[in-house]
Design a protein around this ligand. Structure first.
Ligand SMILES: [Zn+2]
Length: 108
């Protein structure tokens, strides 16, 4: 891992923007609920200097879990995933990223 980005928010980087989909359905005699966030590529950061291509470099990590809660997803709402970390003062490398999911106000 070799990231020099420290923060994806508040510096012009858009982070990753997702739309929430929450659905309930009956299948095989079970009532199920599906919660997911679908990436909106055009609204999201494609990788930039500000975030140091954090999402690309962390893709594997993120696929193993990003620690954000999906408990309060609102169907149809937009959410932004951002990450922040503090670089080691000697190496300048961030070895731990804290992910945060926040709701995006439409039009903001
Ligand atoms: Zn970015």
């Amino acid at each position: 891992m070799d990231i020099r980005a420290v923060r994806t928010q508040g510096n012009g980087c858009k982070g990753l923007v997702f739309r929430a989909h929450v659905s309930r359905y009956v299948s095989g005699g079970r009532i199920c609920e599906r919660r997911e966030l679908r990436l909106l590529k055009r609204e999201s950061c494609p990788g930039c200097k500000e975030c140091g291509w954090i999402f690309d470099s962390q893709a594997e990590d993120l696929s193993n879990g990003c620690g954000v809660s999906l408990d309060n997803l609102e169907d149809g709402a937009l959410y932004r995933l951002t990450g922040s970390g503090t670089p080691d003062h000697e190496t300048g490398i961030v070895d731990w990223i804290e992910w945060d999911l926040s709701k995006v106000d439409i039009g903001a």
